[in-house]
Design a protein around this ligand. Structure first.
Ligand code: PLP
Ligand code: SF4
Length: 345
């Protein structure tokens, strides 16, 4: 067993363990952990400073998860966009492969929480998904997601990457993983040595709060970067976690300093069991306006909403443009309206 696997096996995964650290109402939480998977790595858990804080909210089960019958278990119609098990195909040139069905720390806001569960690999991909990619020359990119693909062993992952790299039309491989934040021990030198044999390979991680930027998460990122892997970050806009301009600014600024480039800020999906994390779009737009005026353009993510029903991602921008014939009236970060005459063509 590798060290990261041992660390993972020591995670908090029962209410009894949780109760050793904080006073909780076990009866109230039992139905929640029966319904949705629960696991928190010790290192992530140690970032909690008090009950209900931004780290707590992301990982500790909450009774409001059960009270959401109006929301969907599959709001993005991923099942409908899945031609073969474990593969989601929505855009012409790229597919998502569900490479694993478990995570090191189960995020309470997870978009796929209703379908993730147990230790089984019920919805991981198999041979049909690989053949699907092999047979479609229009596919240029594969995104390994899940669950967390880096919970696979080095061997499993390497086998998968070799197979993918043997497909001539595939150019880019992208890995979506939260392990730099939740299980930094996973980013070993061995893993990085293996990954860098499969370039061009990109990794997107998921920091949601400045307190997640710790010496160990920074070290994990640095190892990936040193293997020549560009690092991006996808943050989810979460009520009570990062839904203020100041917190978001600090997060994005700090990510840039550790050379993790902010990529997306996601509007929370309308997913059952995570509705208590939703914020208004108005709030997201306010945050984006603030960021534009206060930090480097390189630290500014694109704010996106994934449309219900699998209709795709759409970027959202503050309402900055008015138009009268050929004249555009653009509002800057100070609220000034500036005229810009468009070119007549
Ligand atoms: C988000 C998503 C992608 C990746 O989109 P990018 O904008 O390239 O990051 C690909 N496929 C599906 C189904 C997605 O939901
Ligand atoms: S790491 Fe991603 S897939 Fe895993 S629980 Fe968190 S949001 Fe869901």
């Amino acid at each position: 067993m590798e060290r990261w696997q041992k660390v993972l096996s020591e995670s908090i995964s029962s209410l009894d363990e949780l109760a050793l650290f904080f006073p909780i109402d076990k009866d109230l939480l039992l139905p929640v952990v029966r319904r949705y998977p629960f696991r928190i790595t010790r290192s992530y858990f140690s970032l909690i400073l008090e009950q209900g804080d931004p780290i707590w909210r992301q990982c500790v089960p909450d009774p409001s998860e059960l009270d959401q019958d109006h929301l969907s278990i599959d709001p993005l119609n991923e099942n409908g966009c899945s031609p073969v098990p474990g593969l989601i195909h929505r855009y012409p040139d790229r597919v998502v492969l569900l490479a694993s069905s478990v995570c090191s720390t189960q995020c309470r806001f997870c978009m796929r929480k209703n379908r993730m569960g147990g230790e089984g690999n019920a919805w991981s991909f198999g041979e049909p998904a690989m053949e699907y990619i092999e047979q479609r020359p229009s596919l240029r990119e594969v995104i390994l997601s899940g669950g967390d693909p880096l919970l696979l062993t080095d061997d499993e992952l390497e086998k998968m990457l070799i197979r993918l790299r043997n497909i001539p039309h595939l150019e880019i491989i992208r890995i979506h993983t939260r392990t730099p934040v939740t299980l930094p021990e996973r980013i070993t030198t061995q893993l990085c040595r293996m990954l860098k044999e499969h370039h061009p390979l990109y990794v997107n991680t998921q920091f949601n709060h400045p307190r997640e930027i710790t010496p160990s998460s920074v070290k994990a990122c640095l190892r990936l970067i040193s293997a020549g892997i560009p690092l991006g970050n996808q943050t989810v806009l979460l009520k009570g976690v990062n839904d203020t301009p100041e917190v978001m600014k600090e997060l994005m600024q700090k990510l840039l300093v550790i050379r993790v480039r902010p990529y997306y800020l996601h509007q929370m999906d309308m997913v059952k069991g995570a509705g208590h994390f939703r914020t208004s779009i108005q709030k997201g737009l306010e945050i984006m306006t603030y960021l534009r005026g206060h930090i480097s353009g390189m630290a500014i993510p694109t704010y996106v909403i994934d449309l219900p029903g699998g209709k795709g991602k759409v970027p959202l921008f503050p309402d900055q443009v008015k138009r009268n014939g050929n004249m555009f009236y653009l509002r800057n970060d100070l609220g000034e309206i500036v005229e810009y005459p468009d070119l007549e063509e």
